[in-house]
Design a protein around this ligand. Structure first.
Ligand SMILES: O=P(O)(O)O[C@H]1O[C@H](CO)[C@@H](O)[C@H]1O
Ligand SMILES: [Mn+2]
Ligand SMILES: [Mn+2]
Length: 396
């Protein structure tokens, strides 16, 4: 039976979503957004030269079928990609009506989101008055700052100084169903921020807002920096998912990175966290040590949080090339009978307008179980694939 490793490279979309026109970055529909293809094109044109150079080099992912999946998903080709696949490969289409992380991951784990998320309008104020009053009451302040759609790094640059002076928390949202609170770790206090997020989360979950996110930062005006102490307070999935199925069948479930938050630890035996470089160490360690019948479910978030939302093409290309080298080592260390699935949860095209995710299909690349085409599949087929490999029953 072996083990299963399900690795999500956050936001590495391959275009082609049939409903991309229903999703927006500001006023611009996501039609034509293609994270991987646009990065590869920028690299080939010499427009992604910071800390790296030339054509996008992803030999290991491409050998599994990344270039083939891209062409299948969107009809696009990417310079440097398109080797004859040695893995099983396909392109997956999402049905959940959200282009966010929980929607993507829940559906990959077998559960399309069964409700419509609540989104806040792109206007100021973005939040209803009774909600902001409750946040201020819980924070012990006379008000809040922000109250709008924003990029998280831009808003602390704009309002960080006023926050340090007034003590008011900075509240903002995005095209995702989120309520984010940024506060300074020293002047406001990290524990106080986390408690505020935890206290307000049930009210937002009741409104079907997917997540409250604590966004702590440090530093002085002009040089504020977000810290690694981000925490997500997400709605619990309303039904059992892949992690539960495996755990209930007696398999051990390891979560690496944000997976613990995304599934509110449902069906998870052990959680390992840290920045992506550290997460890769955890993945290597689990490939070395995880038991037969176990599932390791990992998310690498920095493609999205450090590069996609920041529209940093060079950074995104660097991260992809780093990941490709590391995943080559993972593939080499797999045991007979293991399955590795590399996929993504949505797009975040760094060449696109705005700073939000982009609605796209995602690659599904499978190592360890021979070659072949999965072709066009749904996100939930990933859960079925992994459960089938582990001999775990999929609920009707
Ligand atoms: O701009 P920052 O704060 O990174 O936020 C981004 O990250 C959030 C969660 O992934 C998204 O909703 C988007 O708003
Ligand atoms: Mn994501
Ligand atoms: Mn994101």
């Amino acid at each position: 039976m072996g083990r299963a490793f399900l690795v999500v490279i956050d936001s590495v979309g391959i275009g082609g979503a049939p409903d991309a026109g229903d999703f927006f970055n500001g006023d611009l529909p996501d039609t034509g957004a293609n994270t991987l293809s646009h990065i590869a094109q920028a690299c080939a044109a010499g427009k992604a030269e910071e800390g790296r150079s030339g054509a996008l080099a992803l030999p290991n992912l491409d050998r599994l079928g990344l270039g083939a999946a891209l062409t299948l998903a969107s009809g696009m080709e990417a310079p440097g990609l398109g080797a004859a696949p040695e893995g099983r490969w396909g392109a997956a289409t999402e049905v959940s009506q959200g282009k966010d992380t929980p929607s993507g991951h829940w559906e990959l784990a077998g559960l399309p989101v069964p409700w419509a998320w609540h989104y806040f309008p792109d206007k100021t104020p973005a939040f209803p008055e009774d909600l902001t009053a409750e946040v201020a009451r819980l924070a012990g302040t006379d008000g809040i700052l922000g109250n709008c759609h924003a990029s998280g790094t831009a808003i602390i640059e704009r309002l960080g100084a006023a926050h340090c002076e007034s003590g008011w928390p900075i509240c903002y949202t995005s095209a995702d169903s989120v309520f984010q609170i940024a506060a300074h770790e020293e002047t406001f206090g990290l524990d106080r921020l986390l408690k505020l997020c935890e206290d307000i989360a049930p009210r937002l979950h009741e409104m079907k807002v997917g997540r409250v996110i604590a966004r702590p930062f440090t530093g002085e005006p002009g040089a504020f920096q977000r810290t690694a102490n981000r925490r997500d307070y997400a709605i619990t999935p309303p039904k059992p998912v892949l992690t539960n199925w495996v755990q209930n069948a007696g398999g051990r479930v390891y979560a690496v990175g944000k997976i613990g938050d995304i599934f509110t630890m449902q069906g998870i035996d052990e959680l390992r966290k840290g920045p992506d470089a550290k997460l890769m160490d955890h993945l290597h360690d689990l490939v070395d040590k995880a038991e037969d019948g176990s599932l390791t479910f990992a998310n690498f978030v920095e493609f999205d949080s450090l590069y996609g939302h920041r529209r940093d093409v060079s950074g995104y290309a660097r991260a992809l090339e780093w990941f490709d080298t590391e995943i080559g080592k993972v593939i080499a260390a797999l045991r007979d009978g293991d399955m590795l699935v590399v996929t993504a949860d949505h797009g975040n095209d760094p060449t696109w307008a705005g700073s939000d995710h982009t609605r796209e299909r995602v690659p599904v690349l499978v190592a360890g179980t021979g070659a072949g085409e999965l072709r066009q599949i749904g996100f939930t087929d990933v859960a079925v694939l992994v459960a089938g490999h582990l001999g775990v029953k999929v609920p009707a």
